[in-house]
Design a protein around this ligand. Structure first.
Ligand code: RB5
Length: 152
């Protein structure tokens, strides 16, 4: 299950990606906005991210005007690694190397064709683990308030 959500500035791109998910037969749940009505991106980010950390969804897709604000909000939820991306390479490698569980995109920044390619790359890539696991674990340790290098 993929959780998706947007604010008013990300609505049109979210709708394009939602249709793409339908065509690909990907199961998703849409947390709004549903008609492009003005709304606050942190509220939507929290709904989508809560669905992920409670295991109702495995991955999330979030859209605002730039992709930046909604990624900032998403990354405040413990257990979320949200990546704001603008190209296919980053969307793929943030799964492979960072084990990102949310992809954020800007409706005022990228077009629908690119966004759908990015979503395909993100959803089809698997975390590689190995040396990347140590670094992802360190990210989570920062989240837990641990000092990674007590010597400095
Ligand atoms: C809304 O106007 C806009 O500020 C928001 O969608 C987003 O771009 C914030 O980062």
């Amino acid at each position: 299950m993929i959780a998706i959500g947007c604010d008013h500035a990300g609505y049109l791109l979210k709708e394009e990606v939602r249709r793409f998910l339908e065509e690909q037969g990907v199961q998703y749940r849409d947390y709004g906005s549903y008609e492009g009505e003005p709304c606050d991106y942190p509220v939507v980010a929290q709904k989508v991210c809560n669905a992920i950390v409670s295991n109702q969804a495995q991955l999330g897709l979030l859209f605002c005007g730039t992709g930046v604000g909604i990624s900032m909000a998403a990354n405040k939820v413990r257990g979320i690694r949200a990546a704001c991306c603008e190209n296919v390479y980053s969307a793929k490698y943030t799964r492979l190397h960072n084990d990102a569980n949310v992809l954020c995109m800007g409706g005022r920044v990228i077009g629908p064709g690119l966004a759908c390619e990015m979503v395909g790359a993100f959803l089809n890539a698997e975390f590689e683990g190995g040396r990347h696991q140590r670094r992802v674990s360190q990210i989570m340790e920062i989240e837990a308030g641990k000092l990674l290098d007590p010597g400095c």
